[in-house]
Design a protein around this ligand. Structure first.
Ligand code: PMP
Length: 445
């Protein structure tokens, strides 16, 4: 079945498929970190539905929540009507929100993916401010619908102003660290305050507290606070896209909590649906300018997703899984940093919590200008080397051969990404690290 299913799907499905090209597996069963293919092979899944599965595959509390709704005879499709299931979800969601937003929050259910919530957020700030421009960042990823594409790195729209996202290893100013981030902040201010810059007062700024698809790049906390001050002083709503960073992944329940920044709007999806599709925008009540029907959609009332999401949010909160993600993340980063000493083609390792990236580079090339001010412990003390996407793909394939599923990402597709479930055990963490180290060593041979 394995081979014939693979053959049929690759003949029938669009070439635009993403993960399927690199991962020729046919999952038939899964539990926690483990996925089993139709050929009987088992894999440790550190892709986790692109960061969706906070509790891993088929967690008992998620299955139980879904079953409870199914067995209750409750309607599964209710558009945006109020239900006990939605009431429980909203209550649990509001319990987790950062202080400063929790007490004045409104939620808009969007349907059903992260990109839908991004659209809603952009539309909301435009309606609330009466302005149209958006500030977005290099390397950003917000989704694949028209508005989300415009604010994602690489696409372009006349209404979107692209600003440098701070990064250490490939800092556009060749400095990195907080100094590099500060230069980006000053650039932002100068654009906004210079009447001749051609950038009118925008409707909002959208940012990821840690860029995920862009290559796992955590924004420094002082830079986050600086963006908050810049936007607040000019009454520009700040939208935090926590689609990937949310629900404990980075070591706080929401990644904005690292810096203490309270955004005006939060875009949430992935883990909030407990592996089923669910997306919402949460925003401060004074932005709620929408008239009834101003934002609609048939699939905004997925009862199973809300129930699975409630169970997930509660489980992460009650079991301190954010703190656990932070501790395990440190452990993983330390091990990966030690690999850097051994393998020169690992140019950088970085991350926050269980959102981890390892950048694969061409070690034979001449380094660019030294970045890092001061150099972080985890970063090589040379300047950045050119990205090596083919080598990164080889690492991914060697991982797969060893039963480990990892994602590739980053601006050049050269960042090996790890997004294990927050429920990963200490033993499993060791197994993941050992297999990854083996894969890297195999590529080096
Ligand atoms: N925002 C971020 C930060 C994301 O990582 C993603 C998905 N990777 C999206 C938005 C889009 O979500 P979806 O794929 O569900 O549309």
């Amino acid at each position: 079945a394995h081979e014939s299913i693979l053959r049929r799907q690759s003949a029938r499905e669009s070439a635009a498929r993403t993960y399927a090209h690199a991962l020729p597996i046919v999952p038939v069963r899964a539990r926690g970190l483990t996925i089993e293919g139709a050929d009987g092979r088992r894999y440790l899944d550190c892709l986790s539905g692109a960061g969706t599965l906070a509790l891993g595959h088929n967690h008992p509390v998620v299955l139980e929540a879904i079953r409870k709704v199914l067995d209750s005879g409750a309607p599964l499709h209710v558009l945006d009507l109020a239900t006990p299931v939605k009431d429980a979800f909203t209550t649990e969601l509001f319990r987790t929100l950062p202080p400063g937003l929790a007490d004045r929050a409104r939620v808009q259910f969007c349907g059903p993916a992260g990109t839908d919530a991004v659209e809603a957020a952009l539309k909301l700030v435009r309606a609330a401010t009466g302005r149209s421009g958006i500030l977005a960042f290099t390397g950003a990823y917000h989704g694949m619908t028209a508005g989300a594409l415009e604010v994602s790195g690489g696409a372009a729209d006349v209404r979107v102003t692209r600003l440098p996202y701070p990064q250490d290893y490939r800092c556009p100013f060749g400095i990195g660290g907080e100094t590099g981030a500060e230069l980006g902040a000053r650039w932002t201010e100068s654009l906004l305050d210079d009447a001749k810059s051609g950038v009118p007062l925008p409707a909002g700024m959208i940012l990821e507290p840690v860029q995920g698809e862009g290559g796992v790049i955590p924004a420094p906390d002082p830079w986050m606070r600086r963006m908050r001050r810049i936007t607040e002083a000019r009454s520009i709503p700040l939208i935090a896209d926590e689609v990937q960073t949310g629900v404990g992944r980075t070591g706080r329940f929401w990644a904005v909590e690292h810096s203490g920044v309270v955004p005006d709007v939060m875009v949430l999806s992935k883990a909030i649906g407990g592996s089923l599709p669910l997306a919402v925008v949460v925003y401060r009540d004074d932005l709620d300018v929408w008239q009834p029907g101003a934002h609609a959609g048939t699939f905004r009332g997925n009862q199973l997703a809300m129930a699975a999401g409630t169970a997930t949010l509660a489980y992460v909160r009650e079991n301190g899984l954010a703190e656990r993600a932070e501790a395990l993340g440190r452990r993983m980063l330390a091990r990966l940093a030690s690999l850097m000493d051994e393998f020169p083609f690992i140019g950088d390792v970085r991350g926050r919590g269980l959102m981890i990236g390892m950048e694969i580079v061409d070690a034979e090339a001449t380094p660019g200008p030294m970045s890092q001010d001061p150099p972080t412990a985890d970063a090589r003390r040379t300047g950045p080397l050119p990205a090596a996407p083919a080598l990164a793909a080889a690492v991914q394939q060697e991982c797969l051969r060893r039963g480990l599923i990892v994602e590739l990402g980053g601006r050049h597709g050269s960042v090996v990404r790890l997004l294990p479930p927050l429920t990963i055990t200490d033993e499993q963490t060791s197994a993941v690290l050992d297999r990854l180290a083996d894969a890297v060593a195999a590529v080096a041979r």
